[in-house]
Each structure stands twice: as C-alpha cells, then as structure tokens.
Design a binder for this molecule. Sequence first.
Ligand SMILES: Nc1nc2c(c(=O)[nH]1)N[C@H]1C(S)=C(S)[C@@H](COP(=O)(O)OP(=O)(O)OC[C@H]3O[C@@H](n4cnc5c(=O)[nH]c(N)nc54)[C@H](O)[C@@H]3O)O[C@H]1N2
Ligand SMILES: Nc1nc2c(c(=O)[nH]1)N[C@H]1C(S)=C(S)[C@@H](COP(=O)(O)OP(=O)(O)OC[C@H]3O[C@@H](n4cnc5c(=O)[nH]c(N)nc54)[C@H](O)[C@@H]3O)O[C@H]1N2
Ligand SMILES: [Mo]
Length: 767
Amino acid sequence: MSGHPKNNALTPEDFTGMKLTEPKGTAAGLPAVFSAVRHILDEMDPIRATKVMFELNQMGGVDCPGCAWPDPKDHRSKLGEYCENGAKAVAEEATTKKLEADFFEQFSIEEMGQQSDYWIGKRGRILQPMLLEKGASHYKEIDWEAAFRIIADELNALPTPDDAIFYTSGRTSNEAAYLYQLFVRMYGTNNMPDCSNMCHESSGVALIETVGIGKGSVTLEDFYETEIILVIGQNPGTNHPRMLNALKKAKRNGAKIITINPLPETGLIRFKDPQSVGDVLGDGTALTDLFLQVKINGDVPLMKAILKQLCVRERKNPGTVFDADFIRAKTNGFDALIEDIDSHDLHELSKASGISSQQIDEAAEMLSGSKKIIACWAMGLTQHKNGVGNIQEVVNLLLLKGSIGKPGAGTCPVRGHSNVQGDRTMGIWEKPKDAFLDKLESEFDFAPPRAHGLDVVDAIKRMHDESGKVFFAMGGNFLSAAPDTDFTGAALRNCSLTVHVSTKLNRSHLVTGKRAIILPSLGRSDEDIQNGVKQFVSVENSMGVVHSSQGRLKPLGKKLLSEPAIVAGLAMATLKPNDKADWTALGSNYDLIRDKIEATIPGFDNYNVRVRTPTGFELPNNARYGNFDVIGGTAKFTINEVPKNELAENEMIMTTVRTHDQFNTTIYGLNDRYRGIFNERRVILMNQSDIDRQGLVKGDVVDIWNEHSNIKRCAPSFLVVPYDIPEQCTVTYFPETNVLVPIDSVAVKSNTPTSKLVKITLKKVAV
Ligand SMILES: Nc1nc2c(c(=O)[nH]1)N[C@H]1C(S)=C(S)[C@@H](COP(=O)(O)OP(=O)(O)OC[C@H]3O[C@@H](n4cnc5c(=O)[nH]c(N)nc54)[C@H](O)[C@@H]3O)O[C@H]1N2
Ligand SMILES: Nc1nc2c(c(=O)[nH]1)N[C@H]1C(S)=C(S)[C@@H](COP(=O)(O)OP(=O)(O)OC[C@H]3O[C@@H](n4cnc5c(=O)[nH]c(N)nc54)[C@H](O)[C@@H]3O)O[C@H]1N2
Ligand SMILES: [Mo]
C-alpha cells in the first residue's frame, strides 16, 4: 500500500485559508486587466513590463509562452495581443527575481521540498548550472563544461542508449526541438516521451486513424463563417482566453455555441472583451446557446444520443440532415455506424450521459439544419480511458454532416503548450515514422535507431522497475505533471542521473536520481545573441501556422545558454564527431538548423524566407482540404463503446482541472477567480446532494482515496466545496491530486493517463 496519509512529502498539505464567493457570471472584462497588471508588476519593473507586453504576439515579436491559440492574421490590437493568463505566463518567465548559487547553499533539497509549488516557483529565474552530488543535501554551482562532461560520461557508460530517457515539454522551439531529437537519435534511442503523451495524444491517435492527420483541420478564419461551434471538455476562459475573442466574432456573425462540460465554466457563459470599450461598460457577449452539463465521461453516450436524434430527423426528411454526397464520396463505414446507433436505446444513453432527452433533442435540432460545424475540445475528452473513442465519436458527427474539409467547418483540438504541436512536427516522438528516419539517415549520414521508444507512462514504469537509468528533460516538470506521484518519484529516485533544462525551479529538481543537474536556459522572452548576431526561433500554433518569435529582454544572467546551444554543447561532449552535423555552427546560427529542417521535414520549403514574413506560413493539412489519400482515400466512421463506469454507493468520479491561476504545474497564485474559490488549492468540488449523502458539510476536511489493482492511494486533506456539478462527479486541482491517478490507468491506444477519470472515496478527517 502506498501513500498513507501524512506520509506523503511529495506535495505539502497545508491549507492556505480558503475564501468562497459565488462563481463569476462573466469572463475577462476589467478584473482581468487588473489581475494581469498586478501579476506583471509583482515580478518586474514598469519599463521591462511595458517592453515585453507591447511585443507579445505582435508580428515579429515574442510568441506568448502560454497557450497555443493562434494569432489573428490581420488586426492585432496595439494594446497588446494578449490575455490575462498570457500576461501571467510572461510575468512568470520575465521576472527579475534571481535564483543564484547562494540560494542553493541556504536551502537543502529537503527543505525546498517541504515548500509549496507556489513558493518554489516564485523563487525566480535559475541563473547558473547546478549539480547535486551523490548523497549530497545541497545543489552546488558547476560550470557548463563540467556539467556536459558528467552527463556525457553517464550516457556513454550505459549498457545501451535505450537506458536513457529524453523528455520534452511543449515550450521548446522548433529549432531546439529539432536539434534535440537529432542529438538523441545520433546517441541511439527513440526514448523521447513528451508532454503530449499526457495531453492531446488521444486526439492525435483518433484523428490520424479517421481523417489521416493528427492535427486539427480548421483555421481561425473558419470560426468567422461557421454556423455551430461545439466546445467540449475545454475551459477556454482560463486556458485559452484569446479563443473567447474568436467565439465572440463567430457569434456576431451568427454562429451558435453548444458547450459540453460537467462544469458551467465562466468563460463560456459570457465574455467581456477587455479591449472593447462597449464590452467593458456593457454586459459583454453571451457565448453559450446550449449548455449540456454532461456527467464526467458521459460524452460518448451523449454524442451517440445526438447522432440517434439526427438519424430520426434524416429518416423523416431524407437528404436534409446528413451530407449524403460527402458520405458517399469521402467516407467509409457509414452503414456499420448507423447499425450501431440504432442498437442503442435513447433512454439508456440519456441516463449514461446525464443529459435529458429534451436537451439532446435541442442539440440535434440545432445541428440538423447546419452544414458548417466546428468541434473544439481539450483535456475533458482526451484524458479518459476511452479518450480516443471520445474524439472519434465527435469525428463521426462531423463526417455525417460533411463538416470537414470545407471552410467554416472541421476539427479543432485546442493545444496546450505554445509549441507542443511544433515539437511533434520536429520529430519529438517515441514512434517516429520510417520516412522521417530515412531522411535523417541520408542528411546526416548515420543509422538512426528504428525500434520505437518509450512514452511517458512506459518510461516511468521502466525507470521504476530497473535502476540506473539516465533521465533528461528539456523543460517541464515531469514529477508533478506525471500520474501517480509516489510511483513516479520512486522511478526518478531510481535513476543514476536526472537532468533538467529549466528556467524556473520546480519539484522535479527536488526528487532526483543519485545525481542531479539543473541546466538554466534562456526563455522565450529573453534576447538570444550568438556570435554577435541576434537569433530568433519559430513555433507552430494550434492551427498549423509556423511563425517566428524573438525575445527582446536582456537576460538576467550571463551564464544562461539558449536551448539550441545547450543541445549542441551536450552533443559535442557525448557524440563522436560527425562531418554532417557541425554542432558548433548549428548551436549558434539557427538559420542553419532551419536549413536542416527544410531538408528533412515536408512542408518547410524555403523555411528561412517564409518564416521571416510577418504572419509566417501554413503547413500542409490534408483534412483541411478534404483529402484523405493518406488513409486510402476516405475518412473513417468508427464504432465506439459506451464506457461503463459502475460506482459503488460511496464511490465518486474525480476529474482534475487547472485553476485560473496556474500554468500546468506552475502556480501563479492561489485563486480560482471565475469559480469563486480564493486562496486555497486543496479543495474538492462536489454536488450538494453527495455532500449530504456522505454526511459532510461545506468546509469539512477529507482525505481522498483511490483503489486500483489492489493498490490504495491517498491524497490527504482537502476542503469540501459545494459546486454546480452532476451527482457522483467531483473536481480537484492538478497537480495536488496526481498521487491518485494510477500509473496503469491509461487511455486505450494513446496510453494517456486518465487524469479526468479517477474513481475515489472520501474519508472525513477530524480536525
Ligand atoms: N492559463 C493556462 N493556460 C493553459 C494551461 C494552464 O495550465 N493555464 N495549460 C495548457 C495546456 S498544457 C493544456 S493541455 C490546455 C488545457 O486546457 P483545458 O483542457 O481547458 O484544461 P483543464 O483545466 O484540464 O480543463 C478541462 C475541462 O474539461 C472539463 N471536463 C472534465 N471532465 C470532463 C468530461 O468527462 N467530459 C467533458 N465534456 N468535459 C470534462 C472540465 O470541467 C474543464 O472545463 O491549456 C493550456 N493553456
Ligand atoms: N492530473 C493531471 N495531470 C496532468 C494534466 C491534467 O490535466 N491533470 N495535464 C497534463 C498536460 S495536458 C500536460 S501538457 C502536462 C504538462 O507537463 P510539463 O510540460 O512537464 O509541465 P509544466 O508545468 O508545463 O512545466 C513547467 C516547467 O517548465 C520549465 N520551463 C518553462 N519555460 C521553459 C523554457 O522556455 N525552457 C525550459 N527549458 N524550461 C522551461 C520551468 O522550469 C517550469 O517549472 O501535465 C499533464 N498532467
Ligand atoms: Mo497539455
């Protein structure tokens, strides 16, 4: 049994003083502006603040290190094309607080580990490479050469390159990611797990199978001419605030919005554009037309119920609801799909989804007459056992309506990290395609490893079961982001060496291998000058547009290196010289990296010229143009089972979400303003009837338990908060409850941890 209460040092359990208000009815508006300004000025002086904020998301400026929502092509607000949470992301990175070597002398890793993630993250930017020697209690400064030497020696001492694991988080630029994967493959492994494995992997798998491309098909312009937008399992008001501008414009152009979520998320109800005087003074724009408050993991039965009601209408008036021409010419599997839909009982589907047949009918009515539908989704669909099925069921709807491959319609998986999509395009993938490896082979004259590598979950299991691995992370916070924190912690401690290329301190630096190294890198907003020449990098947004990003702020310290320079340094220390890969040149002149990308990855012709145009360029996208040749010419309908989530009397389902004050494991503050929860993260949101049934009252303290494959896991000390959520459904914040997500509870086919579906029981704690 693991995770006994009060014996879990991986996440401190102190309460911070909860205050509750009613959830907000409107997102953004002036409170968002005030919040943004406060966060920025907490971290830097007004001159630096003004400089960075005016550059953010401008053409040729800094790409926001927050989410991957695209920038408008035409009009970009002079006031700053950013949002409250983009401002917080920049403030966090562009802070002038310095984390120098004396800090690490003062605090042992144990002392730091007892602090909250909020405290840890707020210490400032790491400014020099740090080494934790075997058995040592404190990190000590080390120079770059020595750090590279240690890592190279450890890597070269491994019995096989497959004993090393190279993680990537999605903030890494195209240039750094490409160089990194090249180094890793020249070293000899495809063990390249990335944050995608925990994020949109289910979307990638689902979409490749059905429409032949693992990315979304829509562009921003499609939002302006669509008729219906579905927003499923996504909280854009917090996680993609600039999407609300697109939704507002869509609404003004006549679109209707259907929202599918267990929570009535504020951003989807009403939005005040902080940059529109009319909005700020008035009521703003009502966004959602139909809110379907689905049970957690009730999406497949809900989609099936809607499809069923669409079938009824199509049968009544043949040719008016489905797009028969599209189905005939461009799809396969239609008859089997209809047979499956017919086999389900509407009443059962309604019960399983938690949505009344009347509301199902309303949704069907809205969808039946429209021909242009966009489906947006995020983690509410992907992080389930049937994450792939969730998305494929949505694709079924789009295909029936012919809503893919034409303007105003298509798939829109809304990506998380600002360059997570670009990293995959660059080859950060544990399952690289042979065609790509062939290109690397001929361009760089080496034999890339062909066996597929480990993804996040499999890498954790391998590190857990076999000692002596080397774990290297390009960004991110692996320990806290991964499932089953105790298990993952044990896995990292089992390594001979753990290395993190990081901007800020996080918990992964504190739960380490026998030895550990922190390599401090420049961030997106930092100026990057190599041999006297200003460099820029490029990123790909959620809609497949590649554009440049140039940092403008003077770096806080002289010892910071850029990510490409770090990879180059490491490659030179580790690999035998290779005439075709001049690491010194590549690490200091990013045009040369882009030339190599152009030579080995389709869609990047003339990269160095096109990336210098103000709005960048679009990558090829077969689904956008209704071309399904890569999967045999037709898109595929799929049959997806209705999940069975049987719960015992006292069991509930827990989903984990982000607050309004965090970026993944980086905690900007302790408030979740829109949900009316202030100054506390250790909360569990519950339906009042469940609170009553469990004999609890608001503010009670409970331990949360999960039992899976005979292992009991516990997240101690959470405050009960009544909330508008379906019965037997509960919500907690990520990463505090990652201890409860079992390592072997993963999505079928995508292997994504089921962070949105954890069975729990509660135990009241006497206080
Ligand atoms: N400010 C900020 N921006 C971010 C991030 C951040 O942490 N902070 N993270 C970035 C990253 S990496 C990502 S991946 C995205 C994440 O963006 P989101 O996916 O919006 O993030 P979550 O908070 O995980 O929210 C998931 C939503 O799904 C709903 N949900 C939960 N379970 C279910 C279900 O079973 N069915 C349905 N239909 N809905 C469900 C929740 O109520 C919630 O509204 O945001 C990115 N942008
Ligand atoms: N329970 C639960 N778990 C989840 C999720 C969930 O919804 N629920 N969501 C999952 C998702 S969608 C994702 S994407 C993962 C996120 O997993 P990760 O990407 O691993 O985590 P982050 O918190 O985004 O990483 C933050 C760290 O990145 C480093 N960093 C920031 N900027 C830079 C930079 O420019 N360069 C470098 N080198 N380092 C930088 C900083 O040191 C910071 O501490 O978590 C997953 N885990
Ligand atoms: Mo993500």
